[in-house]
Write a protein of this length. Structure first.
Length: 480
């Protein structure tokens, strides 16, 4: 099986498993949002802000080094495992005491037990990290997808049962820990891999040389993308943070649950192609083309029916998050491409460009958050859209320069998806204004979604039949 067929099959299996899991996950998540309060989601936002920060350090990006390394020995693998688990144990010991400081910072004593419980996930994540990366390196995405789907289903079912029993924010916390434990267990079972005590200092040095700049990138990326949560929790309170977290999470669902499918596959793909410029460019154009076909209609469509989503799906108690949700729909397009572009730079070993992008993001994003925080929830949302496009342009410049790709050709590959999506938004807006007089009802939501699908697909039928032939070619590659 050639590399393209491996990639297509990987995307297929990841996509199939996650689609099945996410249909259930999205449904239950929307039910949870209706059951739980903004205060619950605000507190969970503070808990996850801590978890996301410490998980940066649990492996010092050794897992990515294992995935990127051309010639991987058994000594490399076992050394990487012991580095990951050692860091995780040390971090959990720190977490036990850091929970007190974290709770004092937000003036929320209930954070102490919550952070200590969520910290247990560090141990589970460190144990599964290396076998998980080995599965990706071997393109075993069918098995890995099942593990991720099963762990996700475990999370949402436990969270739903506990929420219905009145556990509040603890339903989300326990569900999160259960998800990480289930994923660890299934990865070990499916990979049939157990570590042995073997450690190479030279191997550790080589992998840390790659991993430390990537870890520094993640630290800086955290401050550029998570400082908003910290500032809102500190300055504006738990309730406002709840509205903000739901708006951000809802808008990021297509990125976290959809684009991540492609992102998880392209890292090993582009790592194998890092010295083959011709094939690297070929797959670069293919990937941005596929992402544009998915992201433009989804995010612009969500923007067009944003009020219907908030009122009909979530309930009117979440209306304060409407403006932020609209802003984040536009932001989602940039975030979708950002992840893929960073993967390409890391696959090429260009960690310097990745690091510098993170430095500028860590300077300008928190600064904009701090300046506009005085305008409340609206100001925090506007801070993203006022600064991030410039940072994204900087990232695009370095990617195009590194892989020697054409900006004109890149735009050409995504133009039809953009045009079709804009046409779709205009038609939906016209239907909202003329037929439903801007009233948000379940019928209006169904009609708007149906109209969007019809307009978007109809555009390609009349103006870009090549899209259909491309999809057919991918399908034939999958069948073969």
């Amino acid at each position: 099986m050639n590399l393209e067929q491996q990639a297509v099959k990987s995307v297929f299996w990841v996509g199939l498993a996650r689609t099945a899991g996410q249909i259930l996950a999205w449904s239950v998540t929307l039910v949870l949002i209706r059951i739980l309060s903004p205060d619950d989601y605000g507190l969970m936002g503070m808990v996850l802000a801590y978890k996301f920060f410490v998980t940066i350090f649990f492996d010092m990006s050794i897992g990515e080094a294992v995935l990127q390394k051309k010639n991987l020995s058994e000594a490399d693998i076992y050394t990487a495992f012991w580095i990951c688990t050692s860091f995780a144990v040390a971090l959990y010991a720190i977490t036990w005491f850091a929970a007190i400081a974290w709770a004092d910072f937000f003036s929320a004593p209930e954070l102490i037990p919550a952070v200590r419980v969520i910290g247990v996930s560090l141990l589970f994540l460190s144990i599964k990290e290396i076998p998980n990366r080995l599965m990706a390196r071997d393109f075993e995405f069918k098995k890995r997808s099942f593990c991720e789907m099963a762990s996700g289903v475990t999370n949402i079912l436990i969270s739903l049962v506990l929420a219905l029993r009145g556990w509040g924010v603890w339903s989300l916390i326990i569900g999160e820990v259960a998800k990480d434990f289930t994923l660890m267990l299934l990865i070990l079972v499916y990979k049939r891999w157990l570590p042995r005590f073997e450690f190479s200092f030279s191997s550790a040095g080589q992998m840390l040389k790659y991993g430390l700049p990537v870890t520094a990138h993640y630290v800086l990326d955290y401050f550029s993308s998570r400082m908003d949560v910290i500032l809102i929790g500190r300055l504006l309170g738990q309730t406002i943070l709840g509205y903000y977290s739901v708006a951000l999470s809802l808008s990021r669902m297509p990125v976290d649950k959809g684009v991540f499918i492609i992102q998880g596959v392209v890292f090993p793909l582009f790592s194998k192609l890092q010295d083959n410029r011709e094939d690297f460019l070929k797959y670069y154009y293919m990937v941005i083309y596929l992402i544009s076909l998915f992201c433009f209609p989804v995010f612009l469509g969500m923007f067009a029916i944003s009020e219907d989503i908030i009122i009909v799906v979530l309930s009117s108690k979440w209306l304060p998050s409407l403006f932020a949700f609209k802003i984040f729909c536009f932001l989602g397009i940039l975030l979708s491409f950002k992840g893929i572009l960073l993967v390409m730079l890391k696959a090429r070993g260009n960690t310097k460009a990745v690091f510098m992008f993170s430095v500028y993001s860590a300077i300008f994003m928190p600064l904009s958050f701090w300046i506009l925080s005085r305008f409340g929830l609206t100001g925090m949302a506007v801070s993203w859209i006022s600064v991030y496009p410039f940072l994204f342009s900087y990232l695009c410049y370095h990617v195009l320069k590194d892989i020697q790709a054409s900006l004109f050709e890149s735009v050409k590959r995504i133009r039809h998806a953009l045009i079709a999506s804009c046409l779709m938004v205009m038609v939906i807006g016209l239907v909202k204004w003329t037929v439903f007089q801007n009233n948000s009802t379940l019928m209006a939501l169904i009609v708007h979604i149906s109209t969007g699908i019809f307009i978007y697909t109809g555009y390609f039928y009349f103006f870009s039949r090549k899209t259909y032939s491309d999809i057919k070619r991918i399908w034939l590659s999958l069948k073969s």
